[in-house]
Design a protein around this ligand. Structure first.
Ligand code: ADP
Length: 291
């Protein structure tokens, strides 16, 4: 079952055009929506989650008209927002039992069963009696996923879930999402290229409300082969390089600046060919070089 977004646009009251004619077809599996802060990711995620309406456009999930039948859509979707409040003095288990009742899971023993399975799946079983206020960032995010999974969603929307997680928590969290991607559509928004390269089978790059590229990561990387070059530069050289070439990014390595340049052939004698990665794809798209 695909999520099909067609010509969705949204301009806020202050005149910001957060989404500009966005069309995407999102198949089952992990799908990454990658873009910098302010690109329009949260606006799109909230719109798909039926929490706000676009000015124009349509969204379908299988045979559900998401914008026209928001109640039906809510029955099959789970949403993990960027920020969510948790009751600090309630245990994870008690809170989930409460949400399970709100979700309409009838009978205490049925609720217990569902809650136990979710706590195990999100690796929170051992801390189920701990108060939510004592949870680390990663534990909070995994608890958020447990809540989002309560209704057994076929469409899971996760907005910037790895921001603020330490590396070990991030890996644990991404592994959890990856397991979920095996049976549903998981739409993940992020500004972290590694989230997408490690996890997603398909992706889109969004910038200023527009989709710059929709692709499969290996395909996009392959399309850049032979077109990324690198050189170590000083601050003074960088300015000249930027004037003469399409510099897509600069990275610091052991205190030295390394510039990546997009060009069809070697830009000069001191350049070294680079085997491109998804960061090069991202920065090429963001600086307008065709990927
Ligand atoms: P992202 O999630 O990629 O950071 P957002 O969808 O949050 O992007 O924001 C896209 C643009 O819309 C930004 O310029 C942001 O300032 C603006 N924006 C977001 N929400 C609102 C709102 N409720 N009212 C006005 N402008 C908003």
């Amino acid at each position: 079952m695909n999520l099909v977004i067609r010509s969705v646009s949204k301009t806020y009251g202050n005149g910001v055009r957060a989404l500009d004619d966005v069309s995407l077809t999102i198949p089952p599996g992990m799908y990454g929506l990658l873009g910098p802060n302010g690109a329009g990711k949260s606006t799109l995620m909230r719109t798909v989650a039926t929490l706000q309406e676009p000015d124009t456009g349509t969204i379908r999930f299988g045979d559900i008209d998401v914008l026209g039948e928001p109640r039906r859509a809510r029955e099959v979707l789970g949403y993990l927002p960027q920020d969510f409040g948790l009751h600090p003095r309630v245990s994870a288990e008690a809170m989930l039992m409460h949400f399970a009742a709100l979700e309409g899971i009838a009978g205490r023993s049925a609720r217990r069963e569902v809650v136990e399975s979710l706590l195990r799946q999100t690796n929170l079983w051992d801390v189920r009696r701990s108060k939510l206020g004592t949870f680390s960032g990663g534990m909070r995010q995994r608890f958020g996923v447990a809540v989002a999974l309560l209704g057994d969603p076929r469409l899971l929307i996760v907005d910037e879930p790895t921001a603020g997680l330490d590396p070990a928590e991030r890996v644990r969290f991404l592994n959890l999402l990856s397991a979920l991607g095996e049976r549903s559509v998981v739409l993940l928004s992020t500004h972290i290229v590694e989230d997408v390269s490690e996890l997603c089978t398909r992706m889109a790059i969004i910038h200023e409300g527009r989709i710059l590229l929709e692709t499969e990561p290996p395909q996009a990387i392959e399309a850049l082969a032979g077109r990324i070059w690198r050189r170590t530069v000083t601050a003074g050289e960088l300015e000249r390089l930027e004037a003469e070439h399409r510099v897509i990014s600069t990275r610091l390595l052991a205190g030295r600046t390394i510039a990546h340049v997009h060009a069809d052939g070697a830009p000069g004698p001191n350049f070294e060919a680079v085997r491109p990665d998804l960061k090069d794809v991202y920065f090429s798209a963001m600086t307008g070089a065709s990927a």
